[in-house]
Design a protein around this ligand. Structure first.
Ligand code: HEC
Length: 112
């Protein structure tokens, strides 16, 4: 078997370099503009800061979207959540749901 000449190998290596350097995951998501409305109770990373408030980090995206739609419409009738979601558009709620779904969930040992 004939070995490839050295310059050819070098060119192949250089061409392959960007493939290996490519990041394996998508660029990190930027926090949504309206996150401040939610962070006081749910934390900016979805680990609740108050007793009686659920953690949102790592919950399913479809579930979070549905929950937010239900609070806004009043189908799920909880005053603080209705007030928080009322002024937001569906697009803004979707961004918040995507943000919280993508946060790493709370470790069991860190439960409060
Ligand atoms: C004043 C505190 C407060 C604020 C502000 C607040 N929430 Fe909540 N949130 C709660 C409480 C309390 C519940 C539990 C309600 C229930 O019993 O259904 C809840 C429930 C939820 C749930 C359902 C979680 C589940 O597991 O079913 C989602 C999703 C959610 N909030 C998202 C948000 C988002 C997004 C915002 C910002 C737009 C927000 N919340 C603002 C207190 C708050």
């Amino acid at each position: 078997m004939r070995v490839l000449p050295f310059p050819v190998l070098l060119v192949l290596l250089v061409l392959a370099a960007p493939l290996r350097a490519a990041p394996p995951v998508a660029a990190p998501m930027a926090p949504p503009a309206r996150l401040g409305l939610c962070a006081a109770c749910h934390g900016s990373n979805g680990i609740a800061t108050l007793p009686g408030v659920p953690n949102l980090a790592g919950q399913r995206l479809d579930y979070l979207r549905q929950a937010l739609a239900d609070y806004r419409s009043g189908r799920r009738d909880v005053a603080p959540m209705r007030a928080a979601t009322g002024p937001l558009s569906t697009r803004e709620l979707d961004q918040l749901a995507a943000w919280y779904a993508s946060r790493p969930p709370c470790a069991p040992a860190a439960k409060r």
